[in-house]
Structures are given as C-alpha cells and as structure tokens.
Design a protein around this ligand. Sequence first.
Ligand SMILES: Nc1ncnc2c1ncn2[C@@H]1O[C@H](COP(=O)(O)OP(=O)(O)OP(=O)(O)O)[C@@H](O)[C@H]1O
Ligand SMILES: [Mg+2]
Length: 254
Amino acid sequence: MSIVILKIGGSVITEKDIVSSARKDDIDRISQEIASFKANSSDALIIVHGAGSFGHPQAMKWANAGFDAQGAYLTHTSVKALNSIVLDSLDRAGIRALPVHPLSSCLLENGRLVEFQLSQVRLMLDRGVVPVLHGDVVMDRALGAAVLSGDRIVPYLATAMSASKIGAGSNVEGVLDETGAAVKKITPVSFIDIKKHIQGSASTDVTGGMLGKVSEFLELAKRGINSRIFNASRKGMVSKFLYGEDVGTLIADK
Ligand SMILES: Nc1ncnc2c1ncn2[C@@H]1O[C@H](COP(=O)(O)OP(=O)(O)OP(=O)(O)O)[C@@H](O)[C@H]1O
Ligand SMILES: [Mg+2]
C-alpha cells in the first residue's frame, strides 16, 4: 500500500489574523481536489491539518506560563472545532474520513514526540478510511502539556508509516528566496545559505512558521525521505501534488 501524507496549513484553511475564522470555501475546494484524486487512485491518504487561528493565538495565551488544565482544554477544544469543519467538508465531498486527536494518541517529552499510538491509523488505512490529524496541545512528560505542530506530526508519521509521498500545503508558492521566487530544492547543505531568507510567520504562529516547517522536513530528508512545500491556497495545487507533479519546493537529502 502506497501512503500519501498531506499537510494542509492553517494558513490555507483559516484566516490566520482573525481568531477562529475558517476559510470554508478553501476547505471545500481542497476536499473536492482530494475526492477526485481518491476516485482515480488506490493510494492510502493521511491528512494532517494545521491549527491556524483556531490554535496559534490560543496557545500563545497559555504556552508561556505552561498549559494548565484549562488552557489545554480551551486550546484543544478550539482546534477540535476546526477539525470538525474539515471532517464535515470531507464527508460532504464523499470522502470516508475519521478524526485522530493527538491529545488522545500522542505523548511528548520536552516537545519531542516520544509515543504515538498508530494502530488506529493503520486500521483506518486498511479499511480505506482517511485519518485526519491536526496540530494540538498534548501531554508532555517534562512540561505538563505542550504544543505539537502538524509540521512535527508529518515527519514522524512519514517515517513510522513508510510514506511514499509527503507534502505540506501553505499559503505561499514554496520556500521563497530573497527575490520572492520559490526555491526549487533545499538540502541540508543548501539550507546553510538559504536559512537567512526564511522567517517565522507573518501571523501569530507558535511553531516557527516557515522556518519551523523547513527544519522539521530537513530532519526527515536526512533520513532519506523527501517532501514538498507548495501553495495549497492556489486552486488545483493539492491535486497536482497528489498526482505527483513537481510542485513548490522539494526538501531532499541531496
Ligand atoms: N522564506 C520564506 N518563504 C516562504 N514563507 C515564508 C518565508 N519566510 C517566512 N515565511 C512565512 O511563513 C508563512 C507560512 O508559515 P505558517 O506557519 O504561517 O503557515 P502554515 O504552516 O501553513 O500554518 P499553520 O502553522 O497554522 O499550519 C508564510 O505565509 C510567510 O509569511
Ligand atoms: Mg505553521
């Protein structure tokens, strides 16, 4: 079974500068692009979505002081609401999908993902169901609770599930250079020079924005697994990625 992991950025599915504002038209468009791919392909698909304005501003409020139970609850409830909007849209597009909440299936240690219950995810894939995960607040052995970003879930899943195609759709064409053009490829070696042009996010983002994303995906590349960062806000790009076209920026080992 060939496994595809698609991360849909919170920058795509939410209005990042307006708290808890979903971009429902974009979510529906992406659901349609996924549905037509599923109709033509036997690949198994895992979706991970970002938290956008349903998670970053909320986590920002609680993370510095360390999440207490109420902070964790309010942040989780908020991202779960976005997850439900995504699931409803996938359902309307005819995609059989189920939510997998990291708060209930993952464990962190100082922000590092140390345990991930994957039996449910595997069984879903065996049954033709699309698991839909998301950035979340997760219990942490050292910190009590901490944020687990979608960008960190993707490399973990890619390795654990031996995924063959991995991509993150965001609201920019890819990783942009100093002229604003998307870089074709980033490797651990070329990153040394390109890094100075990559920043966090223009909006509230507690997980490092683009620099965080590239850093997570470079760790994956060092393990020999390539991935792509592309523009999922642009119509047809999720479809192109799913069909294996060379979209956006390739993150590779060499
Ligand atoms: N060199 C760069 N190339 C591309 N984007 C960059 C660069 N430097 C900074 N950015 C910022 O990173 C943003 C994308 O990261 P961001 O974390 O906001 O999106 P996301 O990961 O899709 O959302 P979420 O974290 O909610 O899932 C871009 O919108 C841009 O503002
Ligand atoms: Mg981000």
